[in-house]
Structure formats: structure tokens, C-alpha cells
Design a protein around this ligand. Structure first.
Ligand SMILES: [Zn+2]
Length: 322
């Protein structure tokens, strides 16, 4: 246990950090906060230990935002990184005053209306584009062009089917580290399993037989610049905020793929897809037909019980042994 000076005991005492209730009236409404306090383990007095004030301020801030469902400072920071725009032009583009965003960043609470505008921009690049157009005259040409271009790039995330977008978001959430090549293979396995176990694909998009294995071309181009830890990428918020279009059965398949194939590197997964019929029997750079994928995984499913983790792991081991 830690020690610090207790002013009641007049000597160093052990203390414990506990959450204490705290009521405060803000604009006529009473809120119940739960804030950390350092309590002397000898006399029970509250102690003023290092960092406790900062911690309380942070908790107070976060809890008030939760009560009122207001955006957090981190979400606002994500917003200007996301659209490649400075604080002042972002403020103007959203239709706020020039210094409004910088005020929110130092801890002023945003109004409900402003908070909702910020949320919409975090969710939808199309909304951001319309805001930029509406307030174009208030922005410098270069700020406008940069942010508009970035919003157009982000909009491409919405050019895929809802199912494919939701599959990617779920894979990213399940696996904190994932390379662009591994992502391609995992999408392919999800699709193969869904065709074999359920008989329908999860998403309508087709993949092509590239030298590195099955690739969903558009996805590859869009996500190759994502960070190694996609959930740390500012753009992840767009994926994660969009609606989840998956059925429970589809989620189960994606989680199974994450728990099994997800443990291997893109290179190892490539060894597996290179030894499978659908990729081997498709000319390079052509579409791998869903019927081929279905036929292949149906036959694998008869030999290995693919719907279980143990069956899938047996299949992976067999493939890697060659
Ligand atoms: Zn004391």
C-alpha cells in the first residue's frame, strides 16, 4: 500500500484510493458523481496525495459527459485527425464559432446540439462533405480542398456492402493486430466457412486470385495504409460507428475464424490458401468463383468439422504440414 502525509495524523500514513459519491447541481439539475479519494488507513481522513486532483477532474469530466451523452475530448481530437483539418477551420466547417472547438479541447463542455453535430461528422464522411460545402466560403481554399479530399477517401468505406464493412469491423475488434495481407485471407476464410456451413456467403463481394492469394481488391487498396493495430487508426471510428449488419450466425463464423486462423501471420495463411483448390484452379488476377469456394469448403467440412475450433485447428495443422 502507498504512503503519504496525512494532515490529521501529522505523519506519513498508508492510504487507499476509493470511490466516493459526490453530488453537484449543474444548471438546476443534480448529478451523482463517483470520484476517487485517498483515505488515510489510520484516521479515515481524506488525504491530498499526488495526482488525486487531476484524477478527480478527469473523472468528473468523463462522468458529466456520460450523463449528458456529450462527445469526449478524445472524440473531438479524432475528428480533426480524421479529416486532416485544423481546429479553427474544423470549427468553422461545422458551423461553430472559430474558437469553439479549441475551447472544447481545453475542457469546456459542448452543448448538446454541437455534440450531436460532432458525432454525425465522426460517423459519416458524407455529412462532413456537406458541412464543408455549406461553409466553404469561411475556409481557406487549401483547408477546404484537403479536408474534402480526405472525406471523399473515407467515403469509400461506404462503397462496400454493409455486411463486408461489418465483417471487417468485427475482425478488427477481435484481433488487435492485423496486417493488410492477413485481413484478405481472413475475409476469404469467413466467406468459405459461411458457404460451407451455411451455404450462403456473408457478403456479396468477390475476391481475385492474386500472386499472394485471394484478394478483395478494393479492400486491399483502402486498408493497406491502415496501421498495424487498426483499432488505433483514427479511421477505425468510421468503421466501428457504422451499423452492424451481421446475423448471429455470421458473427459466430467471424469469431471462429478470428480464434483459429487469426492466430497466424499473413504469410502463413498464404501457405494455406496457396494449397487450396479455389486459388490453385483460378487463373491469376481473375475472380475466384463463389461456387468453387463453396464446393471446396463443403468437402473440407465433411472431413473436418469446420464449425468447431478443434476441427478447424486440425485442418490448419494438416495444411501446414503440407
Ligand atoms: Zn490520518
Amino acid at each position: 500500500m502507498k504512503e503519504d502525509f496525512c494532515i490529521e495524523c501529522r505523519k506519513n500514513r498508508e492510504y487507499k484510493i476509493i470511490k466516493t459519491p459526490y453530488r453537484k447541481k449543474i444548471r438546476g439539475k443534480t448529478y451523482k458523481f463517483s470520484l476517487s479519494s485517498a483515505i488515510c488507513q489510520y484516521c479515515g481522513a481524506e488525504m491530498d496525495v499526488d495526482g488525486i486532483i487531476d484524477l478527480k477532474i478527469k473523472e468528473y469530466d468523463e462522468q458529466y459527459r456520460q450523463f449528458e451523452n456529450l462527445v469526449s475530448i478524445d472524440e473531438i481530437k479524432t475528428l480533426f485527425n480524421l479529416y486532416n483539418i485544423g481546429q479553427a477551420p474544423l470549427s468553422l466547417a461545422l458551423g461553430f464559432g472559430e474558437v469553439t472547438i479549441s475551447r472544447y479541447l481545453i475542457g469546456c463542455f459542448p452543448s448538446k446540439t454541437h455534440s450531436n453535430v460532432i458525432r454525425s461528422a465522426l460517423k459519416s464522411p458524407s455529412f462532413m462533405k456537406s458541412q464543408l460545402e455549406k461553409n466553404k466560403s469561411k475556409l481557406t481554399n487549401s483547408a477546404y480542398r484537403k479536408a474534402y479530399h480526405t472525406a471523399c477517401e473515407l467515403e469509400k468505406i461506404f462503397s462496400f456492402s454493409d455486411k463486408l464493412r461489418s465483417t471487417i469491423a468485427r475482425l478488427f475488434n477481435n484481433l488487435s493486430e492485423i496486417t493488410p495481407l492477413a485481413l484478405q485471407k481472413l475475409l476469404y476464410f469467413c466467406q468459405g466457412y459461411s458457404l460451407a456451413i451455411g451455404s450462403a456467403p456473408i457478403f456479396p463481394e468477390d475476391c481475385e486470385a492474386w500472386p499472394h492469394g485471394p484478394v478483395y481488391q478494393e479492400i486491399y487498396h483502402l486498408f493497406k495504409s491502415f496501421k498495424y493495430n487498426p483499432i488505433d487508426d483514427d479511421r477505425f471510428i468510421i468503421l466501428n460507428n457504422s451499423k452492424d449488419a451481421l446475423s448471429d450466425r455470421e458473427k459466430q463464423i467471424i469469431d471462429l475464424i478470428s480464434a483459429t486462423f487469426g492466430a497466424y501471420s499473413g504469410k502463413t495463411l498464404e501457405t494455406i490458401t496457396h494449397s487450396e483448390d479455389p486459388w490453385k484452379n483460378t487463373p491469376l488476377n481473375s475472380i475466384i468463383k463463389k461456387s468453387l469456394i463453396k464446393k471446396y469448403y463443403k468437402s473440407v467440412n465433411q472431413k473436418y468439422d469446420l464449425a468447431t475450433e478443434s476441427g478447424t485447428n486440425k485442418y490448419i495443422k494438416a495444411k501446414l504440414k503440407g
